[in-house]
Structures are given as structure tokens and as C-alpha cells.
Design a protein around this ligand. Sequence first.
Ligand SMILES: Nc1ncnc2c1ncn2[C@@H]1O[C@H](COP(=O)(O)OP(=O)(O)O)[C@@H](O)[C@H]1O
Ligand code: SF4
Ligand SMILES: [Mg+2]
Length: 318
Amino acid sequence: MSLPPPESPAPLLRVDGLRIGLAGGEAVRGVSFDLPAGEVFALVGESGAGKSLTARALLGMVPRGAAVHGRVLLDGRPVTPADLGRRLAWIPQDAMSALSPVHRVEDQLSFAVRAVARAGRREALSAARAALSGVGLGRDAAGAFPHALSGGMRQRAVIAMALVNGPALVVADEPTTALDPERQEQVLTLLRERCAAAGAALLLVSHDLAAVRRHADRVAVMYAGRITELGPAEAVLDRPVAPYTRGLLASLPRTGLPRRSRLPVLAGVPPVPGTVGAGCSFAPRCPHADDLCRGEEPAPRPVDGRAVACHHPYGEAA
Ligand SMILES: Nc1ncnc2c1ncn2[C@@H]1O[C@H](COP(=O)(O)OP(=O)(O)O)[C@@H](O)[C@H]1O
Ligand code: SF4
Ligand SMILES: [Mg+2]
């Protein structure tokens, strides 16, 4: 064991005070986190929490007209379009939106290689085939058009495409939702393993908390455009301290929560952008809300090895 250097270097990715305003109101309301090289970091939360907008903002892919504030730094520098497909790769929900229907899979990867490196045709094709073979797609699948492949094979091809130029960070938004549960786990395992083998960090947006528990190092739980709890995946998902995280976990049939958890399954719905008032945005659904919660939005602070934005986290004396 050696001591950490006196000044730690910039993290691979730093998101600092990210806010995204849309026509209806602010949908991401001050999101901050660091992602070190090689880590698997998950964003979870109910639909509409702002996960996809946050993930897309890392790559500059926000809806037209969105007002983005705050900083997104990759290696200490703002992300530029030139980082896409090089230092940063994107894996969308739907593989078909990442693949061209009119080109063979191996040609698409080959184009991607030639778009960023001075590689000859033959060299690029062999890099493409090696990447495809790394995700279990042999020469037949590599030479096929996307529509001839199964959903699982297409998503494997997208993983190969994302990794072919050796990115430092892969951002994947619900990358397996189009697949059946068994394939989902296979593809997620493959994605994590290939990122680890390539030394790439993975930012994974998911609503599948059990999968996140298996695959992520750290997790950020989002609610109404903010992070309510952020920390190691096993701590946050096995021993949540924010009422919202507890409610989210309790609402899932297959998670074993500690017996002391008495929070009923989440009732009510999250606020939509533009309707969040003063105070904690979870207060209308929270069994522990009091006047402080309704009057003052909680700032993130350290609690039990994680960052929690809540006035009354579990495990703290009242
Ligand atoms: N292109 C868009 N135009 C208008 N509103 C949007 C757009 N994209 C997302 N939103 C709104 O922003 C909020 C957060 O969306 P999103 O990031 O997609 O949530 P999540 O991925 O957590 O389900 C939602 O209320 C959603 O309706
Ligand atoms: S700040 Fe208050 S209302 Fe919000 S989650 Fe914590 S206890 Fe509940
Ligand atoms: Mg989404």
C-alpha cells in the first residue's frame, strides 16, 4: 500500500452543478459527481427523474433548446464533439438507432475506426472483426446486416462499436431494456467485462436495481432532477439511508430489504419539471416529512459512507 499523492489528479469525469432547463421547467436541478477511471457508476431512479438527460448531457446530446448550466469535464477539460467516438462512447437503449440498416456490421465498425485513426481499409476491417469477436460475434455475424441479427447480437455489436476506438468512458442508457431478462443479464455482464478489459469506465443508466447491485461499483439515486443518495452500490442498495431510496427498493418485489425497513411501497408520483416547489421534492411522498423538509431543500452531505440529500436520513438520531 502506498500513500495517495499529495494532490490527486482530476477524475476522469467531473460533473459539477449540472442543470438542464426545458420548455416545461428545470428537469436536472444541480447534479454533481466524479467518476474515476475504470469505475462502473450507475444512475437509478423512477422514470422522469432526469437520468437520460444527465447521461446525454455528458456527451453534449441534450434536446434542442435545452438550457444547460454547470460543468462537465473529461480529463479536466470540457467535452467537445471531437471526444465522441474517441474518449467517449454512447450506447443507446435501442441498438438499431446506433447501427445503420444499410451497411454490414463489420463495415460500420471499420468506418468508425477510420473516422478517428489513419488506418488502411484492411487494417480497420481486421480491428473491426477483432472487436466483434471480442463480444462473441464471429465472421458470419460480423458480415451480416443488422436486421439479420437477433436483438442480443445487435446489442453486442453496439458494445463492440462503442469500444472499438478505446474510449475512456462508455455511457449506456438502459442498454438492455429491449431484451428478455436472461439476455439482459448476459449483455450487461458482457458490457461490464469488455469495459473492464479495455480499461474504460462505464456510466450505466438503469431502472434494474438488482442488476445495478451486481454490476456497479457506485450508484447515484436520482429523484426529480437531483441526486438523493450516492455511494458504494452495496451500501446504498443493501442499507439505504435516504427515504426515497428505501421506498424505491421496497417497491420492488424481488429485493430483500432489512426487516427494520417499514416504509410502505412508494405511493404517489414524482413531480414533473416546473412543478417542484420550495423544500425537499420528495416531501409530498415521504412519511418523515416535517416543516424543515417542506421549507428547505436538503443539500447533499456525508452520512454513513455516502452522500445523502435528506434532512432526516435513517440511522441518524432525530
Ligand atoms: N426532449 C424533451 N423535451 C421535453 N421534456 C423532456 C425531454 N426529454 C426529457 N424531458 C423531460 O425531462 C424529465 C426527465 O427526463 P429523462 O431524463 O428522460 O428521465 P429518465 O431517463 O430518468 O426517465 C422528464 O420529465 C421528461 O418528461
Ligand atoms: S428531506 Fe425530509 S421529506 Fe425529503 S426525503 Fe428527507 S425526510 Fe423525506
Ligand atoms: Mg431514461
